[in-house]
Ligand binder design. Structure first.
Ligand code: EPU
Length: 422
């Protein structure tokens, strides 16, 4: 396959209005949950990204009938023709959320064979909590030679105590519990907006999920779930944040519409602390910035703390702030690789295990850099927007996994970004 590079001529001020797409991490969860429905299921506001394409391939492999209209963001899934319960390795390697098919297939068909999932290389990503949760519901789960095999004649609701807050683990147990007999209670559950969205989707199909958005979620399973009306997924919190950071990085004036401002509080607070101006309306956020930004300190945390997925774009922005910023990455072990790339652009960074100390420089200069994962790619786009000259970003396929038409959106605001294929 020809290698694509993204080229960005920096120094352009971003200005105007841009609409955010549907959420990646909610889309992959809701699509996997569609196989629980006895009736065809319509999902709307889906982003046109690679992870959604992989989800479609997964459903088709299982035997579902899928109509995916990327331009309308609309998908119809008819799961009645599913005739297998395994997910192939090549699909699992391409998407972290493949693990959700363990919980969903187990709930619907009483068995699943799914290789350990891939996704971005940002540190260790075990699924022991997912498995522990399914065992608590009575499933027999084995992992051998990189394959997870789960089987249950019947699932019975139970108590699941998560050892740490895990988004994927919470989702997978919710899926498995949706058709279990009785009530499952997840303690120390994740509270991210996409957990609430999945709960709403399951409830729209007749399940009874309560407490999503708090750290105790109760799921009363039902014997069958049926989709009754189209379901639209929530807007992408991380894309919204990336666009907010891009606006600040270019000292621009950008209104991001179609978003949920309350999901953005942790980032908004930091941008205000840096000296940017942020105005919120019901479903829009305007970010303006004039003059130098102040250095800040932040730590990544589970929701509603500062999201790890925005740490990379935000730390890129801090490379040009006045003073020394400290960033602590608490969720994943290996999420500073974009900063090593940015050193080629003149960034001054020291990394001590999970802490990055960033000494702001007045200007970055263009260089050839490599995206090592999805949000590292977004961070390098931010760096390219700020830098003098034309930055070249390699491995753009990472960016396409999670951002819908990112360069088209930024170009509509005045950026100069294009791609070339070698
Ligand atoms: N963890 C375990 N055991 C488990 C599960 C998780 O030790 O069974 C640990 C992980 O190693 C990690 C922490 O718990 O240190 C949190 O992991 P979590 O399970 O919450 O992450 P995830 O479900 O694998 C999702 C998103 C990520 C996002 C994280 C944190 C999806 C498909 N992925 O991953 O999104 O960074 O939650 O919010 O929802 C991205 O969009 O770029 C991305 C990586």
């Amino acid at each position: 396959m020809a290698e694509e590079r993204m080229l960005i001529t920096g120094g352009q001020r971003l200005e105007g209005v841009v609409r955010v797409s549907g959420g990646k991490n909610t889309a992959v969860a809701v699509i996997s949950a569609s196989i629980l429905s006895q009736t065809p299921c319509v999902i709307e506001n889906l982003p046109n990204i690679e992870d959604v394409n992989v989800s479609v391939e997964t459903l088709e492999h299982l035997g579902a009938k899928v109509q995916w209209c990327p331009e309308q963001g609309m998908m119809e899934v008819d799961a009645s023709s599913i005739h297998r319960t395994d997910v192939p390795l090549d699909l699992c390697r391409r998407m972290r959320a493949s693990s959700y098919y363990i919980g969903a297939l187990l709930a619907r068909f009483g068995q699943a064979q799914v290789p350990l999932p891939g996704g971005c290389d940002i540190g260790r990503r075990p699924i022991d909590q997912h498995i522990k949760g399914m065992r608590a519901l009575g499933a027999h789960v084995e992992t051998a030679r990189g394959m997870v095999s789960a089987q249950a004649d019947r699932l019975v609701g139970g108590d699941v105590f998560m050892d740490m807050v895990t988004v994927g683990g919470t989702i997978n147990v919710m899926l498995a519990a949706s058709r279990a007999e009785g009530t499952t209670t997840i303690y120390n559950a994740a509270k991210e907006p996409h957990i609430v969205d999945l709960a709403n989707f399951l409830n729209s199909m007749g399940c009874r999920v309560k407490g999503a958005g708090t750290d105790v979620i109760r799921i009363r399973g039902v014997s069958s779930l049926s989709s009754r009306r189209p379901y639209a997924v929530i807007p992408d919190q991380i894309e919204t944040g990336t666009l907010m950071i891009a606006a600040a990085a270019t000292h621009g004036d950008v209104t991001i519409c179609g978003c949920i401002p309350t999901h953005m509080e942790a980032l908004t607070a930091k941008l205000l602390e840096m000296g940017a101006r942020v105005d919120e309306r019901d479903d829009a956020i305007r970010v303006r910035s004039i003059g130098a930004h102040r250095a800040v300190t932040f730590k990544t945390q589970v929701y509603p703390g500062f999201p790890t997925d925005l740490q990379q774009p935000m730390s890129a922005l801090l490379c040009t702030a006045t003073g020394t910023s400290t960033v602590v990455e608490n969720i994943f072990e290996s999420r500073f690789r974009h900063l090593a790339e940015m050193e080629r652009m003149g960034a001054r960074v020291r990394i001590y295990e999970q802490t990055a100390v960033i000494e702001g420089v007045p200007l970055l200069h263009a260089a050839a850099v490599e995206a090592t994962d999805l949000r590292a790619g977004a961070a390098l786009v931010i760096a390219g927007l700020m830098a003098q000259g034309t930055t070249e970003i390699y491995n753009t396929h990472f960016i396409d996994r999670g951002y819908e038409h990112l360069e088209d959106k930024l170009n509509s605001l005045g950026a100069k970004i294009w791609r070339i294929r070698d």
